[in-house]
Design a protein around this ligand. Structure first.
Ligand SMILES: [Zn+2]
Length: 217
């Protein structure tokens, strides 16, 4: 197409021309700090999670640092209306994560606050989750959790209470006997993942594993 010639895709880091299925050029790709966590082994995400809730396994794709390329990548995905990036990141994940014979039963990503969803227009985790679902042949459920929105009355209360309310989720149907892989973009405190994990664990005899695009180590 003529537009592709006039406006080719460019590397988000250095602006070199790249193929349409790329996000960064080959040189910049080498600068991404992929972390080679073994999903089944001890790793820092698992250690952090364990302080908050019982976790089975965990995987993080990239290191999330100040001035890091991973920060730029996640920023493009979340704030630049480039939801297709989720598919590319899922491809990088699929090349590095092997569930062996212990595939989780269901993929569930962190839901957005309805207000944020309206602002952004998309949940940045959906295409990522759907691409992984197709690759690993594991079903996904985008409707299993709802993020609770705070009422006006609650919003008037102190900020601490409001933050707490924003971080609550409700499960829309009871589940039991499932191993659920919880998906988020960046792991920082782990509080959001913990809030959802506890809902899953309270719902029935379930197990929870974690997959994040990046971790702030
Ligand atoms: Zn580049």
């Amino acid at each position: 197409m003529i537009l592709d010639i006039l406006f080719p895709d460019r590397c988000i880091n250095c602006s070199r021309i790249i193929n349409a299925d790329q996000l960064v050029c080959n040189l910049c790709f080498k600068q991404i700090h992929f972390i080679h966590f073994d999903y089944f082994d001890e790793n820092s995400v698992k250690e952090k999670c364990r302080l908050l809730f019982p976790v089975e396994n965990s995987f993080a794709l990239m290191q999330f640092e100040e001035e890091d390329l991973s920060r730029k990548i996640i920023h493009e995905l979340k704030y630049k209306k480039r939801k297709k990036i989720g598919k590319i990141i899922a491809g990088w994940t699929a090349e590095r994560l092997d569930f062996k014979d212990q595939k989780p039963d269901l993929l569930v990503s962190v839901p957005l606050h309805p207000k944020k969803l309206k602002e952004r227009g998309y949940n940045q985790l959906h295409l990522f989750t759907e691409t992984l679902s197709e690759h690993y042949q594991i079903p996904f459920d985008h409707e299993l959790f709802k993020r609770n929105h705070y009422s006006k009355a609650q919003a008037l209360k102190d900020k601490k209470h409001r933050l707490k309310t924003e971080n609550t989720f409700s499960i829309t149907q009871n589940i039991s006997g499932k191993h659920i892989l919880l998906i988020d973009d960046v792991f920082t405190t782990g509080n959001t993942l913990a809030a959802i994990a506890w809902e899953i664990l309270k719902s029935g005899n379930n197990k929870v594993s974690i997959l994040v695009m990046a971790v702030d180590l």
